[in-house]
Design a protein around this ligand. Structure first.
Ligand code: NAP
Length: 316
């Protein structure tokens, strides 16, 4: 009788895998555009979605700068990518988005050492960590996911303008729909919920990308806001112990979660596809434009968040 259940289980698994393949095939970047001569910065590229994006861009011959806070991990990632492709160039640069000084040093050295910046991919992210603060006293999720990238993008805007047509790709999450921007407690000092703070930081990414696209309108620097879907990266490190994640991964993948390769496809699409070159200030998932959620639509909040972020980072 045992063999019967083995056959049934195998049949179900194979059917689910085939179904998964069919469903996910639509989410692979349809663009074949090459990136020869183009320079791309990806924050948090030592693992997860960022590392897969770096690998795919190297295959398209880009010069890829992996902007990471752990140079050892990033170098290991480069060595792994190199086992799969010899294309492009891969450069590791130190960047800690939880430190204003580090962001300033990174931007300074990029401007001195690089000829151009064609695509900036704001990918690094912290997910549901315990309450901690960045070096400058910002709550960690808001600090890294929004404020750090806000400062970085502003410091690199001139370079992006000089390299135009160029792009900024902001990696948010569909969880931004559960977020709110509470200007009276942006750093969650009065109340901290790790899931709410993550959602808030991802909503801040959305407001940032909309306001950035408005400010850069006409400059030929396009802004894309991407949600990658649910991806079995390292993002859950503060929530799910590693061994449990390893046990759950096959089931999660069968149920529709994505591999890092699948998760990077919309980021890749917005970074390279010629057909979206003239679009800006839009939201993307599954390699296509999607409607903004109502949580994103308040331009007044976006403007105010920009002004508050400017003050926090001492840009204004
Ligand atoms: N995975 C999902 O299901 C999912 C869904 C929606 C949105 N996203 C978004 O996708 C993006 C990529 O996440 P992922 O899923 O690839 O997660 P991941 O595997 O955990 O990668 C996150 C990256 O961010 C880096 N990072 C964290 N703090 C940093 C800091 N202070 N300075 C510089 N880099 C820092 C990490 O570096 P270390 O390795 O050194 O920590 C890592 O390289 C994030 O913005 C996340 O919010 C993910």
């Amino acid at each position: 009788m045992a063999w019967f259940w083995v056959v049934v289980a195998s049949g179900v698994s194979v059917s689910l895998l085939v179904l998964r393949r069919i469903v996910n095939s639509a989410k692979i970047c349809p663009s074949k555009a090459m990136m020869t001569g183009k320079t791309v910065v990806i924050t948090g590229a030592n693992c997860g979605i960022g590392k897969s994006t770096a690998s795919e861009l190297a295959k398209r011959n880009a010069r890829v700068i992996l902007a990471c806070r752990d140079v050892g991990k990033a170098t290991k990632a480069v060595n792994e990518i190199r086992r799969r492709t010899q294309g492009g160039e891969l450069v590791v640069k130190y960047l800690d988005l939880a430190s204003v000084v580090s962001i300033q040093k990174f931007a300074d050295s990029l401007q001195k050492e690089e000829q151009r910046l064609d695509v900036l991919i704001n990918n690094a992210g912290v997910f549901q960590c315990p309450y901690t603060k960045t070096k400058d006293g910002f709550e960690m999720q808001m600090g890294v996911n929004h404020i750090g990238h806000f400062l970085l993008t502003n410091l690199l805007t001139d370079m992006l303008k000089k390299s135009a047509p160029s792009r900024v790709v902001v990696v948010t999450s569909s969880l931004h729909k559960r977020g709110t921007i509470d200007f009276d407690d942006l750093q969650s000092e009065r109340f901290y919920s790790k899931s709410k703070s993550y959602a808030n930081s991802k909503l801040a990414n959305v407001h940032f990308s909309r306001e950035l696209s408005r400010q850069l309108y006409g400059s030929n620097v396009s802004v894309y806001c991407v949600h990658p879907g649910m991806v079995m990266s390292n993002v859950s490190r503060h929530v799910v112990p590693g061994f449990i994640k390893s046990l759950l991964t096959p089931l999660a993948l069968l149920l529709g979660a994505r591999t890092n390769f699948e998760g990077c496809q919309t980021v890749l699409y917005c970074s390279v596809a010629e057909e979206v070159a003239n679009e800006t200030g839009k939201y993307y998932g599954n390699c296509k434009m999607e409607p903004w959620h109502q949580a994103s639509n308040d331009d007044g909040v976006a403007k105010k968040l920009w002004e508050v972020s400017e003050k926090l980072t001492k840009l204004a």
